[in-house]
Design a protein around this ligand. Sequence first.
Ligand code: ADP
Ligand code: ZN
Length: 224
Amino acid sequence: MNPGARLIVLGKQGAGKGTQAIRLSRHYVVPHISTGDTFRAAVRSGSEFGQKAKVYLDAGDLVPDEIVVGVVSERLTHSDTMHRGFILDGFPRTVHQAESLEKILEPRPLDLVLNLEIDTEHVLSRLASRRVCSDCGANYSVTDNPPRVKGICDVCGGEVVQRDDDTESAIRRRLELYEQETAPLIAWYSDRGLLVTMDALGTPDEVTERLVSEVDRRKASAAG
Ligand code: ADP
Ligand code: ZN
């Protein structure tokens, strides 16, 4: 089996993309690239770029394609991703982004696109309990996966808060944009034979196990 992995984790907000992407990146020892985390870090830094990004994030709008593609293509030229691969989380989110990614990755294509499936009712309850570390970006859930000490990050000791963009209107806008812009990627990747759709419900461990066994199965059949 070839080392590393080149994977995309796709799914609606609240599907657990971020949590699963971090777990897969540990499992396969490849970098986790989250465009959402990148933009939130830029917002925290207060840079000019961050101030611009904040407007899109707070509204639940998509950051323009050329900005996102620029950020990702820069990251994908680093030697770690060139050699070992990557787990992309939150990117691509539009067909145009997927087309750009295809060009960036030539000549070595993706291994697989993991599509985490969840219905809107579960999305809304997960988002209501979603919390994030304001320093390192680690994800928590007050119901399913709280930090060991209330309000304090297990990883870095930072303050665990509700995301600025987890407001009712931003959530609604993200769901709308998911249907318009991101859902078409399911057919797009399916046409290319790269898509696997998996149930996003269950404990984080159960979902990770599902994803890893599917990736390993595909990698083994590709190698053999
Ligand atoms: P969620 O986990 O709620 O689906 P993310 O953390 O992936 O959201 O992204 C948060 C916000 O960052 C998005 O609402 C959007 O404003 C911006 N963003 C992240 N990735 C992209 C992308 N690939 N294209 C455009 N905007 C993006
Ligand atoms: Zn933290």
